[in-house]
Design a protein around this ligand. Structure first.
Ligand code: X8Z
Ligand code: ZN
Length: 609
């Protein structure tokens, strides 16, 4: 090995010291020598740091759970103070870790030191007042988002209420009112957000990163600049598909709403796409569906017709994982999860999955509605829970996904197996549509998965620009819309007020959840699905493949999940798919028949924006 161990270094110092002793200059040198840490000390330090963070993380998680399930000024204060403690601990550990810098450590130990630096999504600087302030701002932003209300129709509507309007109303003025109304809740966030960015950047610099964005890009076992390039490369692979979908959807919306509301050229107004953030367009399927081909499956109607409620939706998700060979969910999951929006208190409705003790205390928290979107989200959240339980025996630093995109992709991969055949098997539909309905099925999927891709990419492109100061509070909003237009080809529904802070109207901005993970997951889930179908010996089109009931696929999936973050992510990817690279070609292969159809539809249209 070319490792220069500590031992060797000390020995060489000892020789020179004995020579220096003759000159009477040895005592100082000896002091330096004795403080020089060893590899064994570094290893003991990092293991102990892992244990401390594990325990502190469990405590913080409990308070976060209580706060998210019962938002009051008191629980906000409690969560802020636990967060402050956690920040102080992790900053202190990161500072202590600095004395081991420069040691030639074994790769797995060095990797744990890198993971230690990433203990917080937003790191605090070594300053007690700023740490406390950071924790308070985080709690406040979260609460502002989660308790936001819109005055509409003579009442105070929560996000769920205005989202229902965006999903199903077809009167442009009402869509705009709901869309604009929700963006009023984020205006007051801007100053706090800017202050939070400044504090966290200071923390990131103390850890040796240029800014928080660079820190986030460093979480992928590769050079941070190369990571940014590889995300762009993935986007390049799938962009032609997105462009074709955009062109068709714009044309159909123009037919429906008329030129006055949406033209045949340029960006699409964001309030017309069926989703509050225009990130998934499934809700406008009836407006853009392929004419002349058989209909797909209306999962929302099927759920309602069969009297599904939130619990039955989650049980159905659990059954899918059981069919792959995973153990059932523990009783505590059913006792402690939140499945429906409570009437009597404020909660964070944005769906999430938790592991409260890093062992078996897994739970979800969702304000579940009985519809297709939430049926898919149930599988998404359960994917997190099964992953968490699979890696629970790993070292404290490895109790997480291979990278964050893996974590977001597992449940989605399973949900790609929700095919008509599967729905018939579980009795949700009576008839499987014929092959003539394939374009319709693919269109339904594309409106969700393909429409999402540029949104998944641009959210953190924006945050990277914020953290690097390329954008300043004055340009936060215009910079957001520049990226929305560039990547998604959408534009705001009205002229944005000077004090608008539209990014804050998306949960992950006030919630400080990095977003590139979802872009990666939207690529990875198709790679996983393709690999799983290959393992199952499937030879038909990918969108008709379901691995429901396949225990071999389940065992191979579990092997990847159990690894957690113990190895660099390409090792985990290889364990399940046989390849070491993220690759958009599975997305392209999955939607290939739709792409051919879209190109035909678009041939006399002028596409692009
Ligand atoms: O936030 C989520 C999950 C929880 S990790 C519900 N998603 C992103 C979003 O809602 O914006 C899943 C898809 C993208
Ligand atoms: Zn998720």
């Amino acid at each position: 090995m070319k490792n220069i161990t500590n031992k060797t270094l000390i020995k060489s110092l000892a020789i020179s010291c004995s020579m220096l002793a003759l000159l009477g200059a040895c005592e100082q040198k000896k002091a330096v020598e004795s403080t020089k840490p060893t590899v064994a000390e570094a290893t003991a330090f990092i293991e102990d740091a892992g244990k401390q963070l594990f325990d502190a993380g469990v405590h913080l998680g409990q308070l976060e759970w209580v706060n998210a399930n019962f938002i009051t000024s008191d629980t906000n204060a409690l969560v802020a103070s636990a967060d402050e403690e956690f920040l102080l601990l992790s900053v202190s550990l990161a500072n202590q870790a600095k004395k081991y810098q420069g040691l030639m450590l074994p790769a797995d130990v060095a990797r744990k030191f890198e993971i230690l630096k990433q203990a917080n999504v937003l790191p605090a600087p070594n300053n007690a007042d700023k740490t406390a302030r950071l924790a308070v701002i985080k709690a406040d932003l979260n609460a502002t988002y989660s308790t936001g209300k819109v005055d509409m129709d003579g009442m105070q509507k929560s996000l769920g209420g205005v989202s229902d309007i965006i999903a199903s109303d077809r009167v442009p003025e009402r869509l705009l009112e709901a869309w604009d109304g929700w963006r009023k809740i984020s205006k007051p966030m801007k100053d706090d957000f800017a202050e939070m960015v400044a504090i966290a950047n200071e923390g990131a610099r103390e850890l040796g990163y240029t800014d928080v964005g660079a820190m986030w890009r460093s979480g992928y076992d590769m050079d941070p600049d190369d990571f940014a390039k590889s995300a762009d490369k993935l986007w390049g692979q799938v962009k032609p598909l997105y462009d074709a979908l955009h062109c068709h959807v714009r044309s159909k919306l123009s037919d429906h709403y008329g030129d006055r509301v949406v033209g045949d050229e340029g960006a699409i107004p964001a309030h017309l796409l069926g989703n509050m953030w225009a990130q998934s367009w499934s809700n406008i399927y009836p407006l853009v569906k392929p004419e002349g081909s058989d209909a797909g499956v209306d999962i929302t109607s099927a759920l309602k017709k069969n009297d599904y409620d939130a619990i039955k939706m989650v049980k159905t998700g659990e059954d899918f994982f059981s069919s792959l060979g995973f153990d059932p969910l523990p009783d505590t999951f059913w006792d402690r999860s939140l499945f429906v929006k409570p009437k009597d208190r404020e909660v964070t409705c944005h769906a999430s999955a938790w592991n409260l003790d890093n062992k078996d205390d897994i739970r979800i928290k969702m304000c579940t509605k009985v519809n297709e979107e939430d049926f898919i989200t149930v599988h998404h959240e359960l994917g997190h829970n099964y992953y968490q339980r699979a890696y629970k025996n790993q070292n404290a630093f490895h109790i997480t996904g291979a990278h964050d995109g893996f974590h977001e992709a597992i449940g989605d991969m399973v949900a790609l197996s929700i095919t008509p055949d599967y729905l018939k098997t579980i009795g949700l539909i009576d008839e499987v549509p014929s092959a003539d309905a394939d374009i319709a099925l693919l269109m339904q999927r594309a409106l969700d998965k393909v429409a999402f891709l540029p949104f998944g990419l641009m959210v953190d492109k924006w945050r990277w620009q914020v953290f690097s100061s390329e954008l300043t509070p004055d340009t936060y909003n215009s910079g957001w819309w520049a990226l929305r237009e560039e990547y998604q080809g959408i534009k705001p529904g009205n002229e944005r007020p000077a004090d608008a802070f539209d990014p804050g109207a998306k949960y992950h901005i006030p919630g400080n959840t990095p977003y590139m993970r979802y872009f990666l997951a939207h690529v990875l889930q198709f790679q996983f699905h393709q690999a799983a179908c290959q393992q199952a010996g499937w030879e038909g089109p990918l969108h008709r493949c379901s691995v429901y009931g396949n225990k071999d696929v389940g065992a191979r999936l579990n092997a990847m999940l159990e690894m957690g973050a113990s190895k660099p992510w390409p090792d985990a990817l290889e364990a399940f798919t046989g390849t070491r690279d993220m690759d958009g070609s599975a997305v392209v292969a999955y939607f290939e028949p739709l792409k051919v159809w879209l190109d035909e539809q678009n041939k006399d249209r002028s596409c692009g924006w």
